[in-house]
Design a protein around this ligand. Structure first.
Ligand SMILES: NC(=O)c1ccc[n+]([C@@H]2O[C@H](COP(=O)([O-])OP(=O)(O)OC[C@H]3O[C@@H](n4cnc5c(N)ncnc54)[C@H](O)[C@@H]3O)[C@@H](O)[C@H]2O)c1
Ligand SMILES: O=CCCC(=O)O
Length: 492
């Protein structure tokens, strides 16, 4: 049954499809046999099922990770490097399958699905290389005959919780760092996209990651109990989460009960600013990449597009013209430029934002409607969106570009910073003085100047304000999974 279900995914290697969770190296069902139905968002057809696990399975997974920790944490950095490089090579070898899997469960186009596998595997490669560079320090002592040494040690068992918008990359950004540091893990993938997580666990095992080092607990209805245990268990030493700000706050509160280390990558509300001296062609192209990547479902997507009044009309008409040419459809269809949203709750939110903005005076330049009884939403450009629109307070997370006119640099910085969150910000200007001023003044963790793309494994990814805590990726990403220990040597 499982093998015929797996072959329906159309992968070259159907054994990458797992319909069970992973605990201590064994593929397992939920104890009560309950299941989650996973659907393809493009068709709403069932793709397959995974177990609806609960507290008991979570406790077992945490215990398995704790049991695996002593051996994994004492492998050499070079051994962990070599295993991660094998996993990276396997992700390259299965590129087409992993890209297709992402498209099937998330809906993004195949080009984006494969692009995500490239991005996702780059975290495994990056952290393989970082594993061997977790240098300590020697600090000159204040006392004679004493030497100060700082070493870095893995924190222990790590709980990893991730969203559906990047079914693979949001896991490897955490998992790569945790494994490289010598930590063991329990992953709770989102119920919408569990198959990519399970395929990653399978490839990690093929690469030589020992049993118990990666455990995967799939859950939907029991998420509150599972999440609580993953945050409150005294065995777990670190919680890392990517998702919405309200859930990030909830998990941080629970993790505080045992003062665990936490990394939180939460929601954004990114401004995209086009100044009067911008190269308009480049700004339009970047706005399209930045706003409509993943059909607008990335945490670094522009939520507001502020355009200087002197170039507003030109920018708006060029953007609307390009957006009108998008073709929405099944991500597997080669002619599709943009896939569906993840589910009907997502399309309802975009509809609510458009209706609210239009009722307050905004105009629809293109799109504006859901395709009835589907998860497809017409890519939309709204002009003259008022500052009291709902979009101002809530990230849309959909294919809606909201245009706003501004006149001065001070005014637009004030508008861009008038939000509780601060993940990414973008602006286009060829004035070098302004570029420095605006980059420094935007209250975000990441600023892009004259480009719409930020994401790479090598950068410190993360936000300020209510967009989260900590940084993932980049030269210091692995430190989030390590403790510094001071060793003072006396009696010389
Ligand atoms: N900053 C980032 O890097 C980043 C990346 C992707 C998505 N996001 C944000 O995520 C949001 C969209 O994703 P979403 O709707 O899936 O977010 P979400 O917070 O609802 O869900 C994210 C994950 O948390 C899980 N979850 C929900 N309640 C939980 C609980 N009580 N305990 C444990 N886990 C729980 C979900 O099952 C899912 O796996 C957007 O706000 C977006 O900005 C942020
Ligand atoms: O959605 C959030 C992450 C997006 C990215 O890493 O580019």
């Amino acid at each position: 049954m499982a093998s015929s279900q797996a072959s329906a995914f159309g992968l070259k290697d159907p054994s990458l499809i797992k319909f069970q969770g992973l605990i201590d190296g064994k593929w397992v069902d939920a104890k009560d046999g309950a299941k989650i139905v996973v659907k393809n968002p493009a068709s709403n057809q069932e793709l397959g099922t995974v177990p609806e696990m609960g507290l008991a399975e979570t406790e077992e997974a945490i215990a398995a990770a704790a049991k695996a920790f002593p051996a994994w944490s004492t492998t050499t950095a070079k051994e962990r490097h070599d295993i991660l490089m094998k996993m990276y090579a396997l992700m390259q070898q299965h590129h087409d399958d992993l890209g297709r899997l992402i498209t099937l469960e998330n809906g993004k186009t195949l080009t984006e699905g494969k692009g995500e596998n490239t991005y996702s595997s780059s975290f495994i490669e990056w952290y393989a290389e970082e594993a061997i560079r977790t240098y300590g320090e020697q600090i000159p002592s204040a006392f004679k005959n004493v030497r100060n040494i700082v070493i870095k040690q893995p924190v222990g068992v790590v709980s990893i919780m991730t969203p559906w918008n990047f079914p693979s990359a949001m896991i490897t950004r955490k998992l790569g760092a945790a494994l490289a540091a010598g930590c063991t893990t329990v992953i709770k993938p989102p119920p919408e996209t569990p198959f990519s997580a399970l395929a990653l666990a399978e490839l990690a095992s093929r690469a030589g990651v020992p049993d118990g080092v990666i455990n995967v607990v799939t859950t939907e209805k029991n998420v509150a109990a599972v999440g609580k245990q993953m945050c409150e268990s005294p065995i777990v030493k670190k919680v890392t989460f990517t998702g919405s700000t309200p859930v990030a706050k909830l998990l941080a509160g629970m993790a505080a009960s045992t003062l665990k280390k936490v990394s939180l990558e939460a929601g954004g509300n990114a401004p995209f600013i086009v100044f009067d001296d911008a190269n308009i062609d480049e700004a339009v192209a970047a706005a399209i990449v930045c706003k409509f990547r993943g059909s607008g479902q990335t945490c670094v997507c522009a939520n507001w597009i502020y355009v200087h009044s002197t170039v507003y009309a030109e920018f708006a008409s060029r953007l609307a013209e390009k957006v009108a040419a998008f073709k929405i459809g099944d991500g597997l269809d080669e002619s599709t430029t943009h896939g569906p949203l993840i589910h009907s709750r997502a399309t309802e939110k975009v509809t609510r934002h458009i209706e609210d903005a239009v009722s307050k005076g905004a105009q629809v330049l293109v799109g504006g409607k859901v395709v009835e009884n589907t998860n497809f939403f017409q890519p939309t450009v709204l002009s003259d969106v008022p500052s009291d629109a709902l979009i101002n307070d809530e990230e849309t997370f959909g294919p809606l570009a909201a245009l706003v006119k501004f006149d001065t640099e001070d005014e637009v910085i004030k508008l861009a910073n008038a939000t509780e969150v601060g993940l990414a910000g973008y602006f286009f200007s060829r004035d070098i003085g302004r570029a420095w001023r605006v980059a420094e003044k935007l209250e975000v963790g990441m600023v892009a100047v004259n480009t719409g793309l930020i994401s790479q494994a090598v950068i410190p990814f993360g936000g300020v304000k209510e967009s989260g805590l900590g940084r993932e990726g980049g030269p210091h990403g692995i430190d989030e999974y390590m403790n510094e220990k001071l060793i003072v040597f006396g009696g010389l």
